[in-house]
Design a protein around this ligand. Structure first.
Ligand code: SF4
Length: 393
């Protein structure tokens, strides 16, 4: 059935999860939702061990700050180990826990609201509501601490902090949004999710799939204050984020590392897990290690660089992604990961101002949302083009 078919018949949502795995040419693929991208070092270590012993040895970072493991030989054992590690708290709701959050919330000087408690509360609220298990695996929430970093990542329901006490709730990226105090953010997001489930009735996956979806959904929400000024739509696009350090408001330092092609080897994940008690996966295929002491930063960066991760800015790996390609995908016309690596490793390459996505065919799986340079394999070579479309994982 076509994505624009709203004939009233439920469409099959085949979005993979940790339990509902996808069968690819290289075996079972499991996707694990990571609300807010937050992983403890123990969870990261367990993911690394599962990837090495049960899968292909690689943890793939997705454009929604989730992770996936391919080539699984024992999917049920993988799911059981994810559950034991606290990464699969609900069997019924595992695929709907798509929650992006500003990775430096509560830490960066520019952060207006520490959205970390909101992530946890939203996750609990989602999992506690039986009717919300009907949300599609593509429905996306975002909690933006005021820096605007995750606002443009294509969320269906997004909170943008505009002051330390509140902000606006945006539906389908449409401004100006509904005013909301911090205490009401999660309840309002859950109301919006319930309204979407009712309105979509199984026929739509995203707010923008519904005709006039944002306005339709807004009409079902309580208005808690005067409508802010400024109509329009938030430009959608994941953008490019480089490696580097950020001095936190408490004097400690966050180190952001670029993961080449978003493919974290089990060994690299283990090095990250050893370096800090917490890691934050981001939609930009980077990992943030927060709360390092200033003295720790350089030795940690050296260890990560030795493991093949990128710790200094100005890298062509920033914003560079690729689909699975050959040999993992039967549809692919090329080994796009090998080709993208060869391109990035050429001397003199620099980061672009837009993400660059290499794909083995026109489906362009894993393509970031928004403006992207597409490098698509054809029977005779690669075709390069810039387009604006949306897709997420
Ligand atoms: S874009 Fe094409 S080649 Fe790449 S993973 Fe998707 S289906 Fe396979």
């Amino acid at each position: 059935m076509d994505i624009n078919d709203f004939s009233g018949q439920a469409r099959l949502d085949a979005c993979p999860g940790a339990l509902q795995v996808h069968t690819a040419a290289d075996g079972a693929l499991a996707r694990v939702r990571i609300p807010g991208g937050a992983l403890t070092s123990a969870q990261l270590r367990e993911l690394a061990d599962c990837a090495a012993t049960l899968g292909s040895g690689v943890i793939e970072l997705t454009s929604r700050a989730n992770v996936q493991v391919r080539g699984l030989r024992a999917p049920s054992e993988f799911a059981a180990r994810m559950a034991a590690a606290g990464l699969l708290p609900s069997e019924t709701h595992e695929r709907v826990r798509n929650i992006l959050a500003s990775p430096l919330a509560g830490r960066a000087p520019s952060s207006l609201v520490d959205v970390r408690p909101l992530v946890a509360a939203l996750d609990r609220g989602l999992c506690a509501a039986p009717e919300l298990a009907a949300l599609s695996g593509r429905f996306l929430f975002a909690l933006d601490d005021g820096t605007g970093d995750v606002l443009s990542c294509g969320a269906d329901v997004a909170f943008l902090a505009t002051s330390p006490s509140g902000g606006v709730l945006l539906l389908g990226g449409v401004r100006p949004g509904l005013p909301v105090g911090v205490a009401d953010v999660v309840p309002l997001m859950l109301v919006a999710a319930r309204a979407f489930v009712e309105l979509s009735d199984g026929t739509a996956w995203r707010v923008t799939d519904l005709p006039d979806g944002p306005a339709l959904l807004a009409a079902h929400l309580p208005h808690t204050g005067p409508t802010p000024e400024g109509a329009g739509t938030v430009p959608q696009g994941v953008g490019v984020r480089d490696a580097g350090t950020v001095e936190q408001r408490d004097g400690r330092v966050a180190l952001e590392v670029v993961v080449p092609l978003g493919r974290l080897t089990a060994d690299q994940a283990a090095v990250l897990a050893d370096a800090a008690p917490e890691a934050r996966v981001t939609p930009w295929r980077t990992v943030v290690l927060p709360d390092l002491t200033p003295d720790d930063v350089q030795p940690v960066a050296d260890r990560l660089a030795e493991a093949g991760l990128v710790t200094v800015p100005g890298t062509p790996w920033a914003g560079l992604t690729a689909c699975t390609g050959r040999p993992g995908c039967a549809k692919s016309l090329a080994d796009v990961q090998l080709d993208a690596r060869s391109w990035a490793e050429q001397p003199g390459q620099e980061p672009g101002d837009r993400p660059v996505h290499w794909a083995g065919c026109e489906r362009r799986c894993g393509r970031p949302a928004g403006e992207v340079v597409d490098v698509v394999a054809t029977p005779t070579g690669y075709r390069v083009a810039g387009r604006t479309e949306e897709e997420g994982a």
